[in-house]
Design a protein around this ligand. Structure first.
Ligand code: GDP
Ligand code: MG
Length: 165
């Protein structure tokens, strides 16, 4: 989930950085740290067993209820991520299950593999894009710059930070 923190003021210079908090929520061992490590350092470490799929999907639905208690509708961008798609033969939750749930709850949805670096950057980019679009809806359209605005801490500013455990 991601929330605005220091969003641009109306009329701000187009080059102004937008800063958002991004939190990875989910059961243990679903791959939160691995997604962050893959995205920030393009690295992957296999240490723990890779189990728990269906339970973690049910738990994700509970996480969402918890979030709804804390935030107003539309205050945060939430993406449901189905990680470890490389373990396809062991999957207990279908793509359709995830997509249907996400659509019902108005969440972004993506399936990823931190291991194979599949759709990881795309997932983070989709969240950033949605955050920018929401800011633009609030502040009025900004000059078109395509994905140049989605530096995600890897651009010249080089401010990527990761505190995942
Ligand atoms: P966290 O508890 O949610 O932070 O989960 P971790 O990132 O520590 O990952 C738990 C285990 O799952 C580790 O052994 C990872 O190597 C493994 N893992 C994470 N992502 C993937 C993935 O995309 N595919 C596979 N096969 N294993 C993964
Ligand atoms: Mg972790």
């Amino acid at each position: 989930m991601a929330q605005a923190n220091g969003a641009p003021q109306p009329g701000a210079a187009p080059s102004q950085l937008c800063v958002f908090k991004l939190v990875l929520l989910g059961s243990g061992s679903v791959g939160k740290s691995s997604l962050a490590l893959r995205f920030v350092k393009d690295d992957f470490k296999s240490i723990l067993p890779t189990v728990g799929c269906k339970d973690s999907f049910c738990r994700a639905q509970q996480w969402l209820k918890d979030l709804e208690k804390e935030f107003l509708p539309g205050e945060v961008v939430v993406m449901l991520v189905g990680n470890k798609v490389d373990l396809g033969e062991k999957r207990e939750v279908t793509f359709e299950d995830g997509k249907e749930f996400a659509e019902r709850q108005n969440l972004l949805f993506m399936e990823t593999s931190a291991k194979l670096n599949h759709q990881v950057t795309e997932a983070f980019s989709a969240i950033a894009r949605e955050l920018l679009q929401r800011e633009e809806r609030k502040e009025g359209p900004m000059p078109p710059q395509g994905d140049a605005r989605l530096a995600l801490g890897r651009g010249p500013a080089g401010q990527a930070k990761c505190c995942a455990h």
